[in-house]
Design a protein around this ligand. Sequence first.
Ligand SMILES: C[S@@+](CC[C@H](N)C(=O)[O-])C[C@H]1O[C@@H](n2cnc3c(N)ncnc32)[C@H](O)[C@@H]1O
Length: 432
Amino acid sequence: MSSSSGQVDVMKFGHTNDISMDELTIQGPVAQSASDDDTMSPTAPESAADDVVTDRARKRRQQHYEKQKAKKKEKRAQKQAIAATDAPMFEVRDATGKGKGLFAIRHIPRGSRILSEQALIACPGFVSNGFVTKAFNALPTDKRSAYMDLDCKTVLPGEQNFPEWLRSALLPARAIIAVFQTNFVVEQTHTLRMTVYLQASRLNHSCVPNALASYNSAVDGQVVHAIRDIEPDEEITISYIQSLEYCRRTRNNELKQPVERWFFTCECEACGTKDRPNETSDAMRERLNKMRMNVYKSMNRWIEGLRVNVQRLKPMLEKRVEILRSEHLDGTCDFIEAVKYAAWASYITGDIPKALKYKQCEKESVLHGFGCDSTLYQRVAAELGRLRRDGPNLTKDAEAGLKAYMKRSLEEGKRRMLAEQRFVALEGVLEV
Ligand SMILES: C[S@@+](CC[C@H](N)C(=O)[O-])C[C@H]1O[C@@H](n2cnc3c(N)ncnc32)[C@H](O)[C@@H]1O
């Protein structure tokens, strides 16, 4: 479940570090009202001017009060969503043809935290078979048997040809590693780690998932949120792959990268079956992928300081958001990335109302998918606040911040992939 680590890259609208609080205050409402006063007629009687100023002050106070009220309401709703974790929302059940899975036992509204769990086994940095075995042996007996009860699909290369006695002799050590291989997720904490969970590891994959799993530092574990309303008896699914914008064939190849560890071909509503593939969805995803590649190419050019015609890029970015919606992928990491880029393009081209609209949508999606206690949400909420407050004044800082951020996130992404590949390809396969 490599993508269930769920970390979404976020571009910043400027660095808070680059701007002091004092600078921000100067650009705020006080400076604005001073320039407004300049437009007043010099002959206007003092008392009338005072009235206007008082009126404005009252209006501003009222607006401020309304904002605070709205914020409090939002926070209360968020807290309620998190508290809802206490009430059971799902059960583990047989999922025909998929082994076990998690199923809703009541209506789960979008944004609810479905589960919040700490890892059973967590291997920091580059794990080895030895580390996994040692961590397993350190578990209490009941946890060990719960671990061994998890799905174990992985057949290590060449194993089918081993004589029976050798296979049996290898089984105990091989089973511990194979369960780990089938179920681990890669998490970005202060360092990379690979983890296995008792409940979150039961989540099956879909290319139209209704939930998002991510690492949450406040919980120090995985949290799973409903990214749309989920009805009773509906299976709760997440995405195992890096992007849902790939076409069907690539998505299924992705599930086998860097080596086969899950052994299934997806037959969700977007994939269809082998005999009746969903060609309409496939064409849409193919289109999405082309758009995504284009965006990345342009982003790379922009990061390197080359000329990019963002004005021309903008309609394509907006179309991407639209298609993702039509594919019922709102709320997924791909969607969050798409609205983030759309906000960026609107911002760079000076279309602040649209930038605000997309940024607001990003904030809502991150809130619903990651929760208000996620660092990602706090970052996006701060970006939106900054954009609202400072609008076009931040352009220069925003550009510098965005570039630095994109560089960092590209490097992080590479490091994460390398760690996963190293474990799966070297430790998991060759050493056993
Ligand atoms: C991390 S486990 C998920 C939980 C697992 N189904 C169980 O019984 O514990 C991954 C395994 O689930 C199964 N699986 C996940 N998503 C699937 C899907 N969409 N179709 C078929 N099998 C799936 C595959 O066998 C895969 O190796």
